[in-house]
Design a binder for this molecule. Structure first.
Ligand SMILES: NC(=O)c1ccc[n+]([C@@H]2O[C@H](COP(=O)([O-])OP(=O)(O)OC[C@H]3O[C@@H](n4cnc5c(N)ncnc54)[C@H](OP(=O)(O)O)[C@@H]3O)[C@@H](O)[C@H]2O)c1
Length: 221
């Protein structure tokens, strides 16, 4: 459908670039996805599973947790709402670490930022990759000593610039996405379609943290 088509490119194009080109994902990796019920978040859950990772999704409500389980996540964390005190930040780091197991997460997919970033970085494993996707909760600052202690990489992800600079590699990624879509391994989840006059409501819903998957605004019938 046009709705599914409109929902696919940005979210999955970003995520395949993040996980494969920047994160070098491989089967058996432990992947933590922050904001896992959002647009790029659900794409990261599905693609993580398609590439054979163990996926833990982190979200702010039980309704979102169910959407993440339905998308195939192996485990789910429900976190509180930032801002966090020092103790709350420590407690969240412990929650992430517990789900990461003995070796921690090889990959953290961070499309949230803010006070969620440092606790997530604390749960990363040896030589892990921390993927920087976006900052709806604010632009975080990270203590660089943690990267030394984990020998880990913090990797910026800018899909639009990658697609402009390396169109052939991007084309290959998109081809792979269509193959995965045809195999039924990925499917954008459109939870609401708004008429153009109510486009503002769709934006307000995202800003209020109320969106699950993709909201689509229909420009014309
Ligand atoms: N780097 C790139 O190339 C690239 C490409 C595409 C998108 N992005 C960026 O990725 C981010 C996520 O995009 P998206 O389409 O997935 O958005 P989205 O559907 O709104 O998802 C963002 C998630 O962030 C969480 N969140 C935490 N604090 C929030 C707050 N104060 N306000 C709103 N959401 C908050 C929410 O999940 P919980 O409530 O569960 O925490 C929400 O589901 C955006 O910043 C976007 O610009 C980057």
């Amino acid at each position: 459908s046009f709705e599914e088509g409109a929902s696919m490119l940005l979210t999955y194009g970003t995520t395949i670039h993040a996980l494969v080109d920047r994160g070098h994902i491989k089967a058996g990796d432990n992947l933590l996805v922050l904001g896992a019920a959002g647009g790029v978040g659900l794409a990261a859950v599905e693609l993580g599973k398609a590439f054979g990772a163990r996926v833990v999704g982190a979200v702010s409500s039980e309704e979102k947790a169910q959407a993440v389980r339905d998308a195939g996540a192996d485990d789910v964390i429900i976190y509180g709402r930032a801002p966090f005190s020092k103790d709350e930040s420590k407690a969240l780091a412990e929650q992430f670490k517990e789900k990461g197991g003995r070796e921690g997460f090889q990959l953290v997919y961070d499309a949230v930022g803010g006070d969620y970033a440092e606790p997530a970085l604390r749960s990363i494993g040896w030589e892990g990759r921390y993927l920087v996707i976006g900052f709806p909760a604010g632009i975080p600052k990270l203590p660089l000593n943690l990267t030394l202690l984990k020998s880990c990489d913090v990797c910026g992800v800018f899909w639009g610039a990658f697609a402009a600079r390396e169109p052939e590699r991007n084309r290959g990624n998109i081809r792979q996405l269509f193959d995965l879509w045809q195999q039924g391994k990925i499917a954008p989840r459109v939870t609401e379609v708004f008429p153009f006059e109510r486009g503002g409501d769709a934006i307000a819903k995202m800003a209020a943290r109320g969106a699950i998957g993709k909201l689509v605004v229909r420009v014309a019938d």
